[in-house]
Design a binder for this molecule. Structure first.
Ligand code: NAG
Ligand code: NAG
Ligand code: NAG
Ligand code: NAG
Ligand code: NAG
Ligand code: NAG
Ligand code: NAG
Ligand code: NAG
Length: 754
């Protein structure tokens, strides 16, 4: 009897082991298929170049060996005595740069981020400290980018900015990302099908709006593209892909997803087209491009032509993104139909590249859950052969889909933190939740999770949550997140004292407040003062604002001389003071509305003046740091132009994206930015006009008319701001951050209306 039990137990054990083993091999296989073909020497050299750009001649003391036979995403760092070099052995160039970052962070107190780096603590060390560690990543694939990230964050970048960002990507251990462009290849394909240049110009969107045109949401808005830009983008893409591939980082390129210019209806009168539904009220001139049925033979024809041309120009890492239904609903809700659709998309890729892997954003499941019921979701996902589809569970931190789809019915997925919409500012995040949910997702029964990624629509905000997610990507294990944030604080500013400093306290307070969001409410970054004024704005907060105000007090209580002129300290100080103003504006707004409704003229006057004063203060605060300037964004946009007309067009793209977003405010303020310049010339005049009209209503006893106000604010403020191309905004900071923050903290930490 005993004996039998023993056999059963060991059989079970064996089975479990062999299942795990089989899955691991499968995951490795997928990771290896999409690996760039650059050789070990190239990756070694590229990794060393990243390190050299970071620490200059000290890179002479670092030796790197890339060895493809090592496990996927693996590194070893050794240095046993002072006379030795720091030796890194890694499975790829990016694993080596990640190793070096890991070492810098954990052994030298260094901080790397997209806001800038803190390397003072390394400079204080004469020698690289001894080390002997070995790490194998939990993730087989570490992913970065949303299809919108390009449009919101790098529309106006040149290679110089990309170089820096690619170094960041490499140091963060990201192994898969997206190629930014495709308009050059589309232009050729459209020409081949007989479209005229005017027709192409009518279709392709402007530089600030590519993402939505590609997804079939809009067409032509903000265009037409110059020949100069198309060539520039094509070369830039070449450089970006080469740089990433040299580091062993894979790049997914676009595959056809069915969206076509309306002119195709004339070219192919008999093909099965449908018009995509109107997106966010874009007028006919700019909306509703065609969608060709993926089961129509023409889909295959165009898809193969396009993908062949993309591969010919940019090479391939065998991974292709295609999102036919991102915010577009399929024609019919039928399992057979949707099975045919995904099979057709996949086999089109496979016909061009027999190793093709399809990369799919799972956003459609979040966006349209009523349509995508279990049956059709399963049909759509499982039509693709096993291990040939890679799904990005796009917002796992808030709307996970893996738990409602039995881990995507066995198809591989990446746990992604989306976190940000539109590149808006405002502190928020879910650190504790990620700490717990990532290991839980990886360990759930039959989990098909293959990695962790970050999928923000825009970057350059709330870096702390991205660093946390990217660290979790390499090690799923739950950690002490309080300890983690204290280390984060020490490294970010290079604090050397052994005592817990007031800055660490400040970050603990933020961890307990703004970064402790765990709910289902959508956070979109449109805080009160960023919005078009109205009496009906809902004020809502998930945290105790007193903790944030206290954190700012602690931030200011440090011994300044340590951090004088420190880029990251000053950046965070501006951001935290901005957060204080954002919070107080909500209280003032509430009072403004109440006193208006009660016709309390005296208090209404106080609240009004306070609100406008706060906006002026906000603008002058933001002016003190390079990271919060409208001027920088506009100058980058203008710098891409060859002539005056293009300069105006690009400036319009930039201004429109962050304000009206569409010809007349279709997704008004979706990508708003709390930057110096916008506050003064867009937020402030809007609220001034609003208060004026409320005041007139109080004085005359005629009801305030919101629709009239909307017309007026559009005509007098919003539209003129979009059209303006005469005003110059500085792209360099001006003023003393610490003094300004102190002044505003004392002025605004407590408000009363008496
Ligand atoms: C330092 O390490 C190297 C390589 O392991 C070894 O050859 C050398 O003898 C060591 N030197 C000292 C002083 O321990
Ligand atoms: C479209 O179909 C019609 C009717 O079947 C046929 O007469 C016509 O030649 C077709 N046109 C094209 C371009 O295939
Ligand atoms: C799906 O494809 C099969 C095989 O090509 C075809 O017989 C069937 O009619 C298609 N079903 C739908 C709903 O498109
Ligand atoms: C999946 O997880 C989310 C977030 O924790 C939760 O709201 C949702 O109810 C879960 N869905 C299912 C089907 O378990
Ligand atoms: C996990 O997979 C096994 C084997 O396919 C199956 O029997 C079991 O029901 C699955 N469990 C869940 C929770 O899906
Ligand atoms: C601040 O730091 C400087 C330099 O480390 C030190 O000389 C000074 O005494 C400190 N001041 C206070 C108030 O702690
Ligand atoms: C409201 O209008 C009155 C009369 O013109 C003016 O005196 C007062 O300053 C205004 N108040 C505000 C808050 O604009
Ligand atoms: C409010 O303003 C709109 C637009 O100016 C106008 O059409 C409407 O008649 C006004 N409503 C009232 C009640 O005055």
């Amino acid at each position: 009897m005993k004996h039998t039990i023993f056999i059963i137990v060991s059989l079970l054990f064996f089975t479990i082991n062999s299942i795990t083993c089989k899955l691991d091999n499968e995951d490795d296989e997928l990771a290896r298929i999409i690996r760039p073909i650059t050789d070990e020497k190239t990756q070694q050299q590229a990794a060393l170049n990243v390190i050299r750009r970071l620490i200059h001649e000290r890179a002479d003391n670092v030796a790197i060996k890339v060895n493809f036979k090592l496990p996927v995403n693996y590194f070893k760092i050794r240095k046993t005595n002072n006379s030795e070099m720091l030796r890194i052995e890694a499975s790829s160039g990016v694993a080596a740069t990640k190793a070096f970052h890991y070492y810098l962070k954990h052994f030298c107190g260094v901080h790397i981020s997209w806001d800038g780096h803190q390397l003072k603590t390394l400079e204080q060390l004469d020698e690289f400290p001894a080390v002997n560690i070995e790490v194998e990543a939990s993730s087989k694939i570490v992913y970065y980018q949303n299809v919108c990230t390009h449009s919101y964050s790098y529309s106006f970048w040149k290679f110089e900015q990309w170089r820096e960002h690619i170094d960041f990507i490499a140091l963060s251990g990201i192994t898969l990302t997206l190629a930014p462009f495709q308009e050059d290849v589309w232009t050729e394909i459209y020409r081949e099908y007989g479209m005229t240049q005017d027709e192409i110009d009518e279709h392709l969107a402007g530089v600030g709006f590519f993402a939505w045109q590609r997804m079939g949401n809009i067409r032509g808005w903000g265009g037409k593209l110059s020949k100069n830009f198309i060539e520039f983008a094509s070369n830039l893409q070449q450089q970006i892909i080469t740089a990433l591939n040299e580091l062993g980082i894979s790049v997914a390129i676009q595959a056809f997803d069915g969206h076509l210019p309306i002119h195709f209806k004339t070219i192919f009168p008999n093909a099965s087209f449908s018009s995509t539904t109107q997106w966010n009220d874009f007028p006919p001139q700019y909306c509703c491009p065609l969608f060709i049925e993926p089961i129509d033979p023409l889909f295959r024809e165009i898809g193969e032509k396009f993908l062949r041309a993309m591969i010919q120009r940019y090479g391939t890492n065998h991974i292709y993104f295609s999102d036919p239904f991102n915010e577009v609903q399929p024609r019919i809700s039928d399992a057979n139909y949707l099975r045919n659709v995904s099979l057709s998309i996949y086999s089109g890729m496979q016909a061009v590249d027999s190793n093709a892997i399809w990369l799919l954003q799972g956003w459609f499941l979040v966006n349209n859950p009523d349509f995508w019921n279990d049956e059709i979701t399963k049909a759509f996902l499982t039509a693709v052969p096993h291990n040939k589809l890679l799904i990005l569970d796009l917002q796992s931190e808030q709307h996970p889909q893996y738990n409602r789809t039995s881990s995507f019915y066995g198809q591989k997925f990446i746990w992604c933190m989306l976190h940000n919409f539109g590149g808006t500012l405002g502190m928020h995040g879910s650190i504790r939740l990620m700490n717990v949910e990532i290991p839980r997702a990886a360990n759930m029964e039959n989990s098909s999770m293959i990695g962790v990624g970050i999928t923000p629509e825009g970057i350059h905000q709330n870096y702390v949550v991205y660093e946390f997610a990217l660290e979790k990507a390499w090690d799923y294990q739950e950690i002490n997140h309080k300890k983690w944030i204290k280390n984060y604080a020490r490294n970010r500013y290079g604090l050397v004292s052994h005592e817990t400093t007031s800055i660490e306290h400040a970050w603990l307070l933020l961890l307990k407040s703004v970064y402790a969001f765990e709910g289902l409410q959508n956070i979109r970054g449109k805080y009160v003062y960023c919005r078009r004024p109205s009496l009906r704005i809902q004020v809502w907060r998930w945290y105790d604002e007193k903790l944030v105000i206290k954190a700012l007090g602690k931030f200011l209580a440090i011994n300044e001389s340590d951090l004088l002129n420190d880029h990251l300290y000053e950046r965070d100080l501006v951001d935290l003071t901005r957060q204080l103003l954002q919070i107080q504006a909500e209280f003032i707004y509430t009072t403004l509305v109440e006193t208006f409704k009660k016709k309390d003229l005296r208090k209404f006057a106080i609240a009004s003046e306070m609100f406008l004063e706060l906006l002026r203060d906000l603008d002058s605060l933001l002016a003190t740091h390079d990271d919060f300037l409208l001027g920088k964004f506009l100058e980058d946009a203008k710098a891409m132009a060859l002539d005056d007309d293009e300069r105006k067009q690009l400036e319009f793209n930039a201004r429109n994206q962050i304000t009206l977003w569409g010809p007349d405010g279709q997704i008004l303020d979706y990508a708003t930015k709390q930057w110096n310049g916008i506050v003064m010339d867009y937020y402030l005049p809007r609220w001034t006009l609003f208060i004026q009209q409320l005041n007139i209503s109080l004085q005359t006893n005629i009801a305030f008319n919101q629709s009239k106000f909307q017309q007026d604010v559009f005509n007098q403020v919003e539209y003129p701001f979009n059209e303006n191309n005469a005003k110059f905004y500085p792209s360099k900071a001006n003023g003393n951050v610490v003094n300004k923050a102190k002044e505003l903290f004392h002025k605004w930490k407590r408000i009363t209306f008496n």
